[in-house]
Design a protein around this ligand. Structure first.
Ligand code: F6R
Length: 606
């Protein structure tokens, strides 16, 4: 899930490549590099760590040349050092790569046997050497690429430039996304249209196993030995760089945007006057759907977990849910007429995409809940239900999660109506509850200062537990995930009732236990679990409403009062304090909130 960009330009490529990489840094920030053709020779600048280091290097030691490629890396093979940074090059060719070449070891041994010397621990370097071997055999660049691609196993998108061939760039994709941008006498390659948006709005997405020979005049695209044509589309993505506003971090900005973006998302699916829910034309009738399968990764999966409770309780529809990275290994038989709901912020997550394709092969209707309407998943779905979160830059997902929940809530109510599981009166009640969510979320955000104080204590902990029941259980898991990924504190989410089956052994005064418990029909049971924690000296941080706090607030170490709402929408609200807690804990610990170590925003490798 690295970011790649290529430019065949009329002016110096390096500044444009660097700018494009800024827009791709969400894909990885272990190292970055640029290669250009300078008087026909390949020249490179590479730097370990964030893009800012490459920027500094380029200011000290600029790179000329109008033809170039750039890369921002999320390390798979080889540590994140300068030596392992892309572009990888020989004297004849330079390559940037996103994905994994699975058979690199055997190709490397073959080429070492032919005298090739490798400098890095990466899988990508093999591509540069394989192409060099074919060029040494007098093949043209086009012939060399045509010969090399079938020998590569795994997933890749590639951008390649060739010494002595100014004005030529070759791109290829299998498994990982790659887009061609058409400029005015200039051509571009990019991992996504977002990277190219300031340069051009005319974008062509390569399809599986396409490769393209790009010159200033345009692109010739090939697939399976045949020349093919691919549609050039106008992208709607904005070329503007997104700022942090008055906030110190993107994550905080995105947390604060939630009232607005949840409102924007509701507008798409909810008619506030009729108080009815409207989905786009579906190629199936929910009344006839035997089962829904929900797939996603990480936070997106947890949104799906909330939706499982909703679908079953409100729409009386059987649901199966799995993490996308495991689902297809089960070879799950899927019911005819079933609907698969995939959830993804980026629309590019390799595991989710593979699971989507498996479900498609099994004859499922594919409905996707996506924040990237121009993504690969969008193109491969029957119906796209957009989250209106806008670009999410912080690596830890916040507003994407709550807008995913918002979309899923609307789908569930629409499905419930279609199945006759609820009447219009209940539909209207749920619509009112949802329409109030933006205002209630804004109220929760007012607890920011209190949560910041609590976070100072949490920052001291080595382990943290999150507990919840029903739809609060996925929120507990989400709280633990958020805290782990940005503060690096070990955290676990548990179904509150499971605690006595094992994790209660962990409880002592050093372990903060965050309990999410709206005063719904499950409250009394969660309250008993909370008492069990308190009895063992555990420090409970209690998230509940006024009724819940009245019953238990004085027994807890700290308490946050959330608004009393219809239990159906509670998980959307309870997501906010766990986000704020993770954020302030990370700030207190001084970690890199927006770009936590080892992570990337878009995970395009399996
Ligand atoms: C956690 C987080 C990740 C993503 C996961 C799926 O804060 O952001 O767990 O939710 O990598 O990504 P998408 O939604 O792009 O498929």
């Amino acid at each position: 899930m690295c970011g790649i960009i290529g430019i065949l330009g009329k002016a110096a490529a390096a500044p444009l490549l660097l700018d494009g990489l800024k827009r791709l840094e969400y894909r990885g920030y272990d190292s970055a590099g640029i290669a250009t053709l300078v008087n026909g020779h390949i020249d490179r600048r590479r730097a370990e760590g964030k893009l800012a280091n490459l920027d500094t290097l380029l200011q000290r030691d600029p790179l000329s040349g109008n033809t170039g490629i750039g890369h921002t890396r999320w390390a798979t093979h080889g540590r994140p050092t300068e030596r392992n940074a892309h572009p990888h090059a020989t004297s004849r060719v330079a390559v940037v790569h996103n994905g994994i070449i699975e058979n690199f070891q055997e190709l490397r041994e073959e080429l070492e046997g032919l005298g090739h010397k490798f400098e890095t621990e990466t899988d990508t370097e093999i591509v540069a050497h394989l192409l060099t071997r074919y060029l040494d055999e007098q093949k043209t660049p086009e012939e060399a690429v045509a010969a090399a691609l079938p020998r590569l196993h795994g997933a890749f998108s590639l951008a390649i430039i060739f010494a002595g061939r100014d004005g030529l760039m070759i791109g290829a994709r299998r498994g990982s996304p790659l887009a061609i941008g058409y400029g005015d006498g200039e051509m571009y390659l990019g991992s996504d249209a977002l990277a190219l948006a300031p340069l051009t709005k005319r974008i062509c997405y390569l399809q599986e196993d396409d490769w393209a020979v790009i010159t200033a005049d345009g692109a010739a695209i090939y697939n399976n030995g045949q020349a093919v044509t691919r549609e050039i589309k106008q992208t709607a993505l904005s070329g503007a760089l997104i700022g942090k506003g008055n906030h110190r971090h993107f994550m905080m900005k995105e947390i604060c945007e939630q009232p607005a973006v949840i409102g924007d998302t509701l507008q798409v699916f909810l008619n506030p006057l009729a108080r009815t829910f409207e989905l786009p034309n579906l190629p199936f009738d929910f009344a006839a759907v035997p089962k829904v399968t929900i797939l996603g990764c990480g936070t997106a999966y947890l949104a799906g977990m909330v939706a499982k409770y909703w679908f079953e309780q409100v729409a009386r529809l059987p649901v199966e849910i799995d993490v996308a990275s495991e689902f297809r290994y089960r070879a799950a038989p899927m019911l005819e007429g079933g609907v698969t709901v995939v959830i993804s912020q980026s629309g590019e997550t390799a595991d989710t995409l593979a699971a989507l394709r498996y479900a498609r092969e099994q004859g499922q209707h594919i409905v996707s809940v996506l924040n990237a309407p121009e993504s690969t998943m969008a193109r491969e779905s029957d119906v796209v239900l957009p989250t209106m979160a806008g670009p999410e830059i912080g690596v830890a997902s916040t507003k994407a999660f709550t807008t995913q929940l918002t979309v899923l809530a609307c789908v569930v109510v629409a499905a419930a109506r279609a199945r006759g599981a609820i009447d219009h009166a209940r539909e209207a009640e749920l619509s009112t509850a949802l329409l109030e969510v933006p205002a209630r979320v804004a109220e929760v955000l007012n607890h920011d200062a209190t949560i910041r104080d609590i976070a100072l204590q949490v920052a001291e902990a080595r382990d943290v537990l999150f507990l919840g029941r029903g739809t609060s259980y996925p929120i507990a898991l989400e709280g633990a995930l958020k805290l782990k990924e940005i503060s690096y504190i070990h955290a676990e989410g548990y179904a509150a009732g499971e605690m006595k089956h094992g994790p209660i052994a962990l409880i002592d005064e050093a372990v903060p236990v965050i309990v999410a418990a709206p005063s719904d029909e499950l409250f009394d049971k969660t309250a008993s679990n909370l008492q069990e924690v308190i009895a063992r000296g555990g420090r409970v941080i209690f998230l509940s409403d006024a009724d819940g706090l009245r019953k238990l607030g004085d027994k807890t170490f700290a308490a946050i009062e959330l608004p009393k709402v219809d239990p159906f929408v509670a998980p959307i609200l309870y997501a906010i304090p766990v986000q704020l807690l993770a954020y302030h804990t990370a700030v207190a610990k001084g970690t890199d909130v927006d770009q936590p170590r080892n992570l990337a925003k878009s995970v395009t490798v399996e």
